[in-house]
Ligand binder design. Structure first.
Ligand code: T1G
Length: 702
């Protein structure tokens, strides 16, 4: 039997009815799939020849969850829900899991009576990551199956659980080798339990609370900082709590009520947007479908400094052997010591085992000769940010690297074309801009040079996914996409001080907005001397460059930030907590008066919009110049590169929430008040005139 749309089929293997979900690419529960499952379970129960059933996914995965694109469309709720019908079946059903069983996928597996998986499978209830909660019985069944504490941890973290761990928890009954025949094993399992009665129904179990402190209050405390301004985490907790207090049927109703509060929330809309934006970034309009992707099985990094070491760790973390090349053994040893220390911190925190650390260290190989890296599939240059130094490196890479090696620079702003010109193969050169610390920050900014061929760009994007980054592509300009769009934010925050604003107010506004740290505190952390050097370079190159005298003065006073115990804020010894400093307040007051300004109060709203609108305007210029493909790529850069709060979707998604017209009007008003730096971009003007959203801005760029 096959459903009309071929999404679900029931086939008999002896006395076992096998229900196969076939909805590529990930067997999401799109319209037609639940209906197909229901029809198959009904048919299996009606067929006297069927003694037991198996639920399995075709292709590369079990069921990856509800179809996220369907939320918010007001689709009527089904009268019969697959996980409940599976559980109520008069004949046992075995869920056979490979790839992923996530969200509604795992919830359907929990409705089955047994669960078997291949060792490479992963299961989870990641709904919280898109601002939802498991709305298909997961908050009621999982606590009954594995206990409220474990269920609470999994549902509030949304993490994917490897099969072996899931078995230890009690989610899975059996795990077979990754290369085992899952269907065969599941059918054998079904035959084995076909006559076992009573049927083991998770909904009939109880979720016993552990003795001791209230685990729900403890979880709320634990997530308080990260869950600021969000509701989904707290609804997840409330739903699991209901599983420990209410009979199953009432618990399901409570779950549905709590889910209903989330489906149309701004938080969930933003998080669902971010989910698809990250995937949209993989689609490069100017890279033809079917462009070959080069294999990456070996890597080399030139430079063992902070960035080079961090980049090398990304490869080791992904299980890819990587050679690290430095000019001297001493520099290499120092770099490897830093890498080892980084891993040791993770081991100490418990996020990495000592064994895994040694496995990764074993993938890292020291080298002091270019001739040793020539056969690597990719090489990433991460040396000092000085063009002549980079060109010398690329000249050597051109000499030694095999013809189809990817030649990538980690430069954060230097001209990729100029770097490429140092080689005889500029079409093989591109940018792979990591963000510090490279082994932690997920953003990979993939920069296309004028001559970079599509295959190199596409292969670099694939490399980003391979090393678990969030890649997004852009064209070549000063600062590329991320840092160029951020630059106005960085200057506007200091210019506001000239008008009497205080750094602590700016930081509070941005932390309340959802940033993990305020921008002035971030500056103190990174080191104010770095920005100072950059401003001096730009001032020498551009006589019209808008200087930031207060920021320059701070550095000239020796206040570099945390590393000198004082910057925008002061720091107690051994404590990274930023404290407002009267010295800075006096400096701001004195210098703003010297500039002829009368210090004035700022509203939080003005501070927020002065910072973010300045970047929205720059992003429109970047889109207009075709440096960025689309606004959602700007959002990926801001989410993963600058810590923009994910539950607000991203810089441009947030701006769309305010409306293009209002953003334009405010920028036009600041243009009148402050002059050229606030001149609205031509694209922004066109968006306002045509009532086009930022999200669709690229449609106006020809
Ligand atoms: N709905 C719709 N499309 C989806 C999807 C989903 N759940 N999951 C993936 N896709 C698309 C994705 O956009 C991409 O499309 C393609 O499939 C390949 O995905 C009631 C409410 C499963 C780990 O949150 O985590 O169930 O770009 O590139 O890297 O309680 O996809 O090809 O056009 O990510 O191999 C809960 C989300 C939903 C899982 C595979 N489930 N998906 O990663 O492939 S809510 C999730 C993932 C829910 C119930 C609740 C990953 C993956 P395109 P991909 P991948």
């Amino acid at each position: 039997m096959t459903s009309e749309d071929n999404l679900v089929r029931l086939e008999k293997h002896g006395a076992v009815g096998v229900i196969t979900v076939d909805n590529p690419p990930v067997n999401a529960l799109s319209p037609g799939v639940p209906e197909g499952i229901l029809a198959a379970v009904d048919a299996g129960n009606a067929d006297p020849a069927v003694k037991a059933m198996v639920l399995i996914g075709a292709g590369r995965s079990f069921i990856a969850g509800a179809d996220i694109r369907q939320f918010g469309k007001g689709r009527p709720r089904p009268s019969r829900r697959t996980h409940d019908v599976l559980e109520a079946s008069g004949k046992p059903v075995v869920a056979a899991i490979h790839g992923f069983a996530l969200g509604g996928g795992l919830e359907n597996a929990l409705g089955c009576h047994y669960r078997i998986a291949v060792a490479s499978a992963k299961v989870g209830l990641p709904e919280i990551l898109i601002g939802l909660l498991p709305g298909g019985g997961g908050t009621q069944r999982l606590p009954r199956l594995i206990g409220p504490q474990l269920a609470l941890d999994l549902i509030v973290s949304g993490r994917h659980v490897p099969a072996d761990e899931a078995k230890d928890m009690g989610i899975l009954d059996r795990v077979i080798p990754a290369d085992g025949d899952l269907l065969k094993a599941a059918i054998a399992f079904a035959e084995e339990i076909a006559d076992v009665r009573p049927l083991r129904r998770v909904g009939e179990m109880t979720a016993a609370l552990p003795d001791g402190p209230d685990i729900f209050e403890a979880k709320k405390q634990e997530i308080a900082r990260k869950a600021r301004n969000q509701i989904a985490p707290y609804n997840c907790i409330a739903a699991v709590k209901a599983a420990t207090e209410l009979p199953f049927a009432e618990g399901l109703l409570r779950e549905r009520e709590l889910f209903g509060e989330l489906e149309n929330s701004d938080e969930s809309k933003a998080l669902r947007y971010a989910f698809f934006a990250e995937r949209e970034a993989q689609k490069l309009p100017d890279v033809p479908k079917g462009t070959p992707i080069r294999k990456i099985e070996t890597a080399a990094v030139v430079g063992a400094g902070t960035m080079g070491g961090g980049i090398a760790m990304c490869f080791a973390d992904a299980g890819i052997p990587v050679k690290v090349l430095e000019a001297s053994q001493e520099a290499l040893d120092k770099g490897f010591e830093r890498i080892r220390n980084n891993y040791a911190v993770s081991v100490k925190r418990g996020s990495l085992t000592a064994e895994a650390m040694e496995e990764r260290m074993a993938l890292l190989e020291k080298s002091t000769s270019y001739d040793e890296i020539g056969q690597c599939d990719v090489v990433i240059e991460a040396v000092f940010e000085e063009m002549s130094v980079k060109q010398a490196v690329f000249k050597e890479l051109d000499r030694v690297m095999k013809p189809d090696a990817l030649l990538l620079s980690n430069t954060s702003a230097l001209d990729i074309d100029q770097i490429a010109e140092a080689t005889s193969r500029p079409e093989e050169v591109g940018g792979a801009h990591f963000f510090s610390p490279a082994n932690v920050m997920k953003l990979l900014e993939v920069v296309k040079g004028a001559k970079t061929k599509p295959e190199v760009t596409a292969s670099t994007m694939a490399l980003g996914k391979l090393i678990a980054k969030a890649p997004a592509a852009c064209g070549n300009c000063d600062g590329f996409l991320a840092n160029r769009s951020r630059a106005p934010f960085n200057s506007e925050m200091v210019i506001m001080l000239e008008e009497g604003c205080m750094p602590e107010q700016v930081d509070k506004v941005m932390v309340d907005f959802g940033y993990p740290m305020g921008p002035f505190a971030v500056g103190d952390l990174a080191g104010l001397d770095i920005g100072y050097a950059g401003r001096k370079r730009r001032a020498e190159a551009d006589p019209n460059y808008r200087k930031l005298p207060i920021a320059d003065k701070l550095v000239e006073m020796g206040r570099y930030g945390q590393k000198t115990g004082a910057g925008w804020f002061k720091y107690e010894k051994g404590d990274r907590t930023p404290h407002p400093d009267p010295v800075v307040a006096d400096l701001i007051k004195t210098m703003s008066e010297e500039m002829g300004n009368t210090p004035r109060p700022f509203t939080d709203d003005e501070i927020l919009k002065r910072l973010l609108f300045s970047s929205v305007n720059e992003a429109c210029k970047i889109l207009e110049e075709k440096i960025a493909y689309r606004a959602s790529d700007v959002d990926i850069m801001w989410l993963y590169g600058f810590g923009f709060p994910r539950y607000r979707g991203g810089l441009m998604f947030w701006a769309d929430g305010l409306g293009v017209q209002d953003v334009y009007n405010q920028i036009a008003a600041w243009h009148q008040q402050y002059g050229e730096r606030w001149a609205p971009s031509a694209l922004l003007r066109r968006l306002a005139d045509t009532k086009t959203s930022f999200r669709e801005a690229h449609t106006l760029v020809k």
